[in-house]
Structures are given as C-alpha cells and as structure tokens.
Design a binder for this molecule. Structure first.
Ligand code: BGC
Length: 269
C-alpha cells in the first residue's frame, strides 16, 4: 500500500456519481485516506465495481445504486449504506450532468434533467445525510463534527455560461442551497461546504480538451496554465471532509487554476 496520510481513518463516506470523473477520484482518495466508501452509481455498475475493487485492496467500500433524482431510490440507498457501514460521517453530493443547447432550442426536458440531477439530487441526498447525522446524536470520538456535507458545484455558480443556462442555474442554486443549509445546521456541528471545480479533465468536457486546438483555447481561460485533474479536486475534498477543516462551513472552495480571476482582464480594462 502506498504511504498516504490516513486522515479519514474510521470514517464512512457516501459519494454520489462515483463511477467516473471527479466522483471516482474522490471515492479513491477517500479510500486511500482510510474512509469506508459508498460508491454510488446510476447506470454503470461495472465501473462502480471497479472503483470498489480498487479501494478494497487496502480498505472498505461497496457500490450502491440510486438515481439521485428519485426520492425513493435515494432513501433506499441511504438505508442500505447505514445497514452496511453502521453510520454516516461524510456525504459528497457530486452527481451532475450537462445538457447544453442554445436557449431557443433548449427543451423543457433538457432544463428539467439538469436541474433535477444537479440541484434536486443534491437536496435529496443532503436531506437524507442530515437525518442520518442527527440519528446518531454525537460523532464517534475523537471526531469533532457531527457530520460533513460537500456539494460539488462549479465555477459556473458565479461565471455565467451561454448555451448552458440550465447548468449555470443549477450550480447557482447549489451555492445558495449549500449556504442556507450550512446556516441552518451549524449549531448542530454539521459542516456544509462546496467545491467549485474549473476545467477538470473528465468525460463531461472532453470536447474542451481532447484536441490540441481545443485545449489551447481552454487554457486561455486558466491563468495557472494547465487543465485540472480529478485528483486536484479529490485532494481538496479529503481536506474538507477531515477535522483539519473543522472551522470551515458555508464556504465554496474554488479548485480552478484561477478561472474565476477574470483572465481576460489581464493588462486590459
Ligand atoms: C463543466 C465543464 C467545464 C468547466 C469549466 C464545469 O462545471 O462541467 O464542462 O469545462 O465547468 O467551464
């Protein structure tokens, strides 16, 4: 086993949308940091099982099916998770999709699908997590918080995005859902935060990095001069899930290589 900091040892975590991309990297990093990990997936069971196989080489993990837009499936997933692992310390509400279209061509189905997964899905999972945290009354010592929720947002919680009004609206919604929830549950020692990734090399934005020309155009938007990797986000998630960030709640941590720094203004304006 690689020498890693097992900072999440003894904790349990459920990661939604963990069969690929950022969710997969977070699940693997949590496993490496010592957490028992629930790997949620909607359609690709084999990919979720591969993530589980990777984690169980040195830790504990299991795959859990649920479409996060379906209330009953979410409730059943949390029940199965608690049955398997006994308690819940960390939720990462990560599952997310894009359905891009110019506004006149954007269908109601495109709008609803994105809002349903990216915002309503996070609501359903966060609500179930809060109930699970409350049910145990006290975090197992020496842990400090009763529970932690990490919402995976996007730079598009603040950067408007033409042709993706559904996606930007969903992430703007995640921002105030996260903050309102953080305010509501802080006194119970439940921490709620977001990570806002920028351009990260995953399938969701393959067209933006798959060719040298596309990558060059993309890097115009990234002052730090490289595309992000899923592991960049995963390392931030490990920290936000750990007691090292115990005084951090209601905040968005941008992991974006400076994408939110208005790079077009460099030397202008
Ligand atoms: C989107 C990606 C995009 C990135 C930066 C993410 O939230 O899902 O498609 O590359 O934001 O614009």
């Amino acid at each position: 086993m690689p020498q890693v900091n097992r900072i999440l040892r003894g904790q349990t975590a459920l990661v939604t949308g963990a069969s690929s991309g950022i969710g997969r990297a977070i699940a693997l990093a949590f496993g490496a940091a010592g957490a028992a990990v629930g790997v949620n997936y909607r359609s690709d069971r084999k990919a979720a099982e591969r993530v589980v196989t990777e984690i169980v080489k040195h830790g504990e993990a299991a795959a859990f099916h649920a479409d996060v837009t379906d209330e009953r499936q979410v409730e059943a997933m949390f029940a199965a998770f608690l049955e398997r692992f006994g308690t819940l310390d960390i939720l990462v509400a990560n599952a997310g999709i894009q359905r891009d279209a110019p506004i006149a061509e954007m269908t109601l189905a495109d709008w609803r699908a994105v809002l349903d997964v990216n915002l309503t899905g996070q609501f359903l999972c966060a609500r179930a997590a809060i109930r699970a945290f409350r049910a145990r009354k006290q975090a197992p010592p020496p842990l400090r918080a009763l529970g932690k929720i990490i919402c995976i947002s996007s730079v598009h919680e603040v950067i408007p995005w033409a042709y993706r009004v559904n996606y930007a609206a969903s992430k703007g919604g995640v921002m105030l859902m996260m903050k309102s929830l953080a305010q509501e549950v802080a006194a119970e020692k439940i921490r709620v935060n977001s990570i806002a990734p920028g351009a990260i090399r995953t399938d969701i934005n393959r067209a933006a990095w798959a060719t040298p020309a596309a990558l060059e155009a993309l890097l115009e938007l990234v002052p730090y001069g490289r595309i992000g990797e899923p592991e960049d986000v995963a390392r931030a998630a490990v920290w936000l899930a750990s007691d090292d960030s115990d005084y951090v709640t209601g905040t968005t941590l941008f992991v974006d290589g400076g994408m939110t720094l208005y790079p077009g203004f460099e030397g202008e304006g």
